[in-house]
Each structure stands twice: as C-alpha cells, then as structure tokens.
Design a protein around this ligand. Structure first.
Ligand SMILES: [Zn+2]
Length: 301
C-alpha cells in the first residue's frame, strides 16, 4: 500500500505512552497515591486470543501516566513519513479509518466522536482498568479509546506466523475502531455475555471484522482534512495480508496452535478463522456497513 506523500497527518489522534508504563512505576516503589487492586471484566473488545470476560489485570496504579506526543508530531508530518516510518504509517491508518467513519456517520445524520489510540509498552491504565500487553490490542468502551502495544505487531509474525506488513496492521487497527463504532451506535450495549459459535460476543467480533473491511473498501477514496485521500493504493497482496492475520486470530486457529491443541467451539469468543476472513471480505467487497449485520445473520459462515 502507498500513502500520498503530500497529505498531512494528524498526530493528535494518537497518544504515545510508551515508556510510561505501569511496570516502571511499580518498580519505583508504588506507594504514594497507592495501588488499587481490582479486576475489570470488560466485554469482548480485544482482537482475539483472550477468552471473553477474562480479567485484564489485577493491579492499577492510581496516578496517571506520562504521555508525550512531541516526538510523533515531529516525526510524522505527511504521507511521505508514513511511507517510510512504521509509527507514522500507523498514525496515517488511524487518520484514514476515522476519516471514513466520520464521513459515514455524517451521511447517516449522526456525529462521529474521535477515539484516540494509545501506543503503550508493557502495561497501561485505562478506563477499563489496567492492562498488560498480554491482552493484545483492545478497545475500552468506558473511555472510548483504542490501546495497542506495538510489539504485538511483531508477535503476529513471530508467534502467530503471520506475514505482517502495513495492511496487516491496518486490519487490526480498523477492527478495534469497528468496536468504537459499535460503542457509538449502542450495539455493544446489547451484547449478552457468553461464548460459543453463535454467541453475541462472536457476532460482535465478526461485525468488527466486517467494519474493518468496509473501511478498507473506502480507504483510497476517503479524503483527509486537506481534501485528498491519504491512501493512494491498496494491492491484492495487502488484502491477502489482512486475511492472513484474520485467519491466525480465529478461535480455532488459536486453540489448535497456541492453546491446548483441541478445538472447543463452546469457548469461541471471536469466531473461527474462516468466519473472520469471510466477514472481512463481506465488508471490503460491499463497502456497506449495512452488510455487516452479523446479529441478524442466521448463518455466520
Ligand atoms: Zn475485537
């Protein structure tokens, strides 16, 4: 994929909290405002791999974390930076994804609210409690933010065996923003807890995959604030890389290859690999969010 060299990036949509994580603060001594222990069960917003309702972490640091965007803002000015630096490509993808949903909401008479993505390393405090990198990228409905430890993208290749690449990351980010859209539309509120191949949780996840595909369909035509699309082109190879990730974070793939080795459908929380690919394709082929109604679909694939 290629970004348009001349189009400006908006780094205000990203918050860089790397290096300011929980680990370092606890190591310094904890104390002071104190460490509040609590468990947060938040609903189904991870990318995959973590069972629904799994506790995030049991510790939360009371004080805030240092967040500085200065470096990103200096490094990531235009699409040219996005074409050469991975962090800037992530900023550009987030700009494009939110640009699309902003337009789409406006077309249907709604107002899209921007969601910041926080890059973190190790651990992070969120409106949903504190989380470590183990949960993978996730969306927190309580504070309306996306959280990504960027080392996950490397792990996708080393641990999950994915091909990786910018568009593989695009799929991951667009999936998380799909959860933000569900939150804004009130879809997430209607989800009944539970797992299984036809559970609401799985339907929510497959819909987020479909929404990711819908964005991908519009990625090269979504104009940035400057009036020009940030993304110039997406190739078949890019789409294949997104599908490759979808296949490697399906419940059956994870259970077989990274879990106990046995597939147990009753524990499905995100859908099978085939379903995740299928719903991403439904989105990218139609470009229409209405085609992502996984809640009415009798057959999820
Ligand atoms: Zn998800």
């Amino acid at each position: 994929m290629e970004f348009d060299d001349g189009v400006a990036l908006d780094t205000s949509q990203v918050s860089d909290a790397r290096g300011g994580g929980i680990g370092s603060r606890v190591a310094i001594g904890g104390g002071g405002l104190g460490i509040v222990g609590f468990i947060v069960y938040f609903v189904l917003s991870q990318l995959g791999g973590v069972p629904a309702g799994a506790p995030l972490n049991t510790e939360s640091v009371g004080s805030g974390q240092a967040v500085s965007n200065t470096d990103l803002a200096q490094e990531c000015r235009t699409g040219k930076d996005a074409n050469t630096k991975p962090d800037c490509a992530r900023v550009a993808l987030i700009n494009s994804i939110q640009g699309y949903w902003s337009d789409q909401f406006a077309r249907s008479g709604r107002t899209y609210q921007q969601a910041t993505t926080t890059f973190f390393s190790g651990g992070v405090n969120t409106g949903c409690g504190s989380a470590t990198s183990d949960v993978g990228p996730f969306y927190c409905p309580a504070d309306g933010k996306v959280y990504v430890d960027l080392t996950f993208f490397r792990e996708l290749q080393t641990r999950f065996g994915a091909q990786g690449g910018t568009f593989a990351e695009a799929y991951v980010l667009a999936h998380e923003y799909g959860h933000h859209v569900q939150n804004l539309l009130g879809t997430s509120d209607k989800v009944r807890p539970g797992t299984g191949p036809t559970s609401d949780g799985v339907r929510l996840e497959l819909q987020a995959d479909c929404y990711a595909g819908v964005w991908a369909n519009h990625a090269t035509t979504t104009a940035s604030s400057s009036g020009k699309p940030l993304i110039r082109s997406i190739s078949q190879d890019d789409v294949d890389r997104a599908l490759d990730v979808a296949a490697r974070i399906g419940d059956d793939f994870i259970q077989k290859n990274l879990g106990g080795g046995k597939v147990d459908e009753s524990q499905f929380s995100h859908g099978s690999s085939a379903q995740r690919e299928q719903w991403f394709l439904a989105g990218i082929n139609s470009g229409n969010p209405a085609e992502c109604d996984t809640f009415s679909a009798r057959n999820l694939g």
